[in-house]
Design a protein. Structure first.
Length: 85
């Protein structure tokens, strides 16, 4: 996913969050809010996966090729661990 695509997705997520904020203010049905929150979580996960892939294919691959792969792999694994919590 390219930078422009990521930024577009983040703008969409931002709009979804504002929509949920409005739903809470308007005392909308809890299930409807929860459904929207699940959609937001899914959207942020997709962006995160795209960034992880981009980082792995670019930064981590470059570090491995230059001989500094161990540090890059450990850093990547720390991010993956926090991502899947």
């Amino acid at each position: 996913m390219e930078k422009d695509d990521i930024l577009k997705r983040l703008k969409k997520i931002e709009g979804q969050v504002r929509g949920v904020h409005k739903m809470v203010e308007e005392d909308r049905y809890c299930v409807d809010i929860l459904i929207q929150l699940a959609a937001i979580r899914s959207a942020t996960n997709r962006v995160g996966i795209a960034l992880l892939e981009r980082h792995t294919q670019g930064c981590v691959r470059g570090a491995i090729q230059s001989g500094d792969g161990d540090k890059a792999i450990e850093e990547l694994m720390e991010v993956v661990r926090s991502f899947v919590k």
